[in-house]
Design a protein around this ligand. Structure first.
Ligand code: HEM
Length: 184
């Protein structure tokens, strides 16, 4: 069996939506040509990590934006869509702090249960105190920049961007990265 890391089709679907929203018309087709990726993705399948890596690398080449920033901006962009897809798992009283506290047991847990093809990263979230969370990201996909973007997107969604400081504590391209989320 192929044990190499995979990325779920929903992420490719949202990446295409992001590229179409953010860049000039035709950019997605150019990225697909440049990267040699397939370009069409089903929501119920998953695809090789290399596939998304090559699209992000092509986007970085084409736009001059670093692969880190592309992942981060994409993460920020996809939050409202993710929230729509999994709306029934979000409690109305939750804001950024609570959503982050519940991502592993509720959100990523729901994704794993509902969608056997999806395998979201395990996020160990520690509440240091009422204003500080440490999120321990651990994934062979090495996409902690996307995680930082998703946290920023959640804060933006709740109008809390100004009161949150997000900082990866080590090399963001590593498999394991601690992300510090400080609420001001
Ligand atoms: C709150 C609602 C959330 C939902 C519904 C959600 C859902 C998902 C789904 C469907 C995937 C694709 C999994 C796959 O490729 O098999 C995914 C991946 C991912 N999620 Fe979440 N997620 C949520 C919150 C978060 C948060 C708060 C973070 C970061 C702190 C995060 C970080 C990531 C990352 C980095 C990936 C990419 C795959 C990887 O790095 O291993 N997610 N998520």
């Amino acid at each position: 069996m192929d044990e190499s890391p995979k990325v779920h089709g929903s992420i490719f679907f949202l990446l295409k939506k992001y590229v179409n929203a953010e860049f000039a018309a035709g950019t997605w087709d150019n990225l697909i040509k440049l990267s040699g990726a397939v370009g069409e993705y089903e929501l119920t399948y998953n695809y090789s990590l290399q596939e998304i890596g090559s699209i992000v690398a092509a986007a970085s080449q084409l736009t001059g934006i670093s692969h880190y920033n592309i992942q981060e901006r994409f993460g920020e962009y996809l939050v409202p869509d993710l929230f729509k897809l999994y709306a029934s798992y979000l409690r109305p009283e939750w804001k950024t702090f609570e959503v982050l506290m519940h991502t592993e047991n509720v959100m990523h847990g729901a994704v794993r249960k509902l969608n056997s093809a999806a395998n979201p990263p395990v996020l160990y979230v520690s509440k240091v105190n009422e204003k500080l969370l440490i999120i321990d990201y651990y994934s062979q996909r090495r996409m902690s920049a996307l995680a930082v973007g998703i946290i920023k997107g959640i804060a933006k969604y709740f109008g809390e961007s100004e009161r949150i400081n997000i900082k990866p504590m080590s090399d963001p391209d590593a498999e394991r990265v601690q992300i510090r989320v400080q609420f001001l």
